[in-house]
Design a binder for this molecule. Sequence first.
Ligand SMILES: Cc1cc2nc3c(=O)[nH]c(=O)nc-3n(C[C@H](O)[C@H](O)[C@H](O)COP(=O)(O)OP(=O)(O)OC[C@H]3O[C@@H](n4cnc5c(N)ncnc54)[C@H](O)[C@@H]3O)c2cc1C
Length: 413
Amino acid sequence: MAKFSFNNKMGEEVVRELRTDVLVVGAGPAGGMAALELASKGVRVLLVDRYPFPREKTCGDGLLEDSLKILTEAGLGAAVRERAHSIGCIRFCAPNGSECVVEGDICTLRRSELDAIIVEHACRRGGQFHDGIQITGPLLRGGSLGGAVGVDHEGRKVRIAAKLVLLATGSNPRLLSAFGVLESKGPSAIGIRGYFRLRDTIDENTMIVSYDPQLLPGYGWIFPLGAGIFNVGCGIHLDGRQRVPRFGSNLTRFYQHVQPMSKLLRRAERISPMRAATMRTGFRGAQACAPGLLVLGEALGLTFPFIGEGISNALESGRLASSVAIAALGSGNLSSTGLRRYERELRQILQRRHQGYLAAQRWFRLKPFANMLIEKAARSQSVRGVARQILTGETDAAEVFSLRGIARVFLLR
Ligand SMILES: Cc1cc2nc3c(=O)[nH]c(=O)nc-3n(C[C@H](O)[C@H](O)[C@H](O)COP(=O)(O)OP(=O)(O)OC[C@H]3O[C@@H](n4cnc5c(N)ncnc54)[C@H](O)[C@@H]3O)c2cc1C
């Protein structure tokens, strides 16, 4: 029996019964976008999240151009930009202290706000949202998947019947395992972030990315949120033989030990606890589909290696999952063959970018490489142009970070 369940006066267990066509589990960008697109097309969709909304999510709060493009295409551009802070460039700091500045159309918006905007619009378009429901496992009907079971915030057992389940539960592998689609449990990276107020200003139009030698191939960041508030964090890769750096006794104080953060934050006031979260990267670690089931966003390992950007891919997978779901519901074929198109098309869109960032992650283990590339970019506008195109997805990152591609970059003027 679930820990929180209770009995009514008759001594029977209280169970909440819900019914829908598509159940979306997890209201981050992946689940929120899937629900929004399904609701827009008139599909009966129920979105659930374990936490009451709005809820915090440990993140850098950065929206790169690819995220903004998808949000705009979904009709959320104005709502997001109205609340977000606009940023015009990223300053990349090399291990040896040299720097280059790459321009871009970037925003920051706290995840509590971004995710709530997407959910609110999904509801406006006819989707249903229940927060405070934690899904614990599949609902089986005659041996086939027929929805999911869980527990609500009052401790009542919840049973949700659905034709199709979309799992968008982020980096926690527990539900992937319960639904039988987990391939690898371990996270590939961890990220830590906190919010700071700066008494004396640093430029609020610039994101700072620091490849401090202690973090390579990970990095530290300072992302302005406007009004003197900054999201400060770092990402640490756990793939391969990577060693987690030890900053004194406490990893959450990393910013006191890495440059230029330590200098820039000397007079800053930390206004939140530092929080850590795991990441699943590299488009691996889970099956994308099973009969009656699709896996979305970070649950599917869609967060990019090396840069840790995952919101755009979560949105992309939500959008694609909704179109595959609509076709499968229409044809009545919810078997793996009816859903397989989802993984095929997602790999067409994202596989090369994942490969490119995996290659970049290998290159950036080499401190001299990071120094030389950033020094080269500081001198060459063409190299800065390539960097921007990698971030927007307009150029083939796997090609750029191949041996031949790197040689070409260093030959650019
Ligand atoms: C420190 C850090 C910084 C980052 N910075 C950036 C950045 O600046 N830009 C960027 O693009 N990406 C960033 N990322 C990556 C980004 O946060 C993720 O890629 C993104 O959140 C993935 O979205 P998602 O919808 O797949 O999952 P999530 O956003 O994690 O959403 C999953 C949702 O599922 C819910 N859930 C989980 N289990 C259950 C359950 N059993 N029942 C019901 N609900 C459940 C959770 O409560 C949550 O709301 C960062 C990550 C970290 C850790």
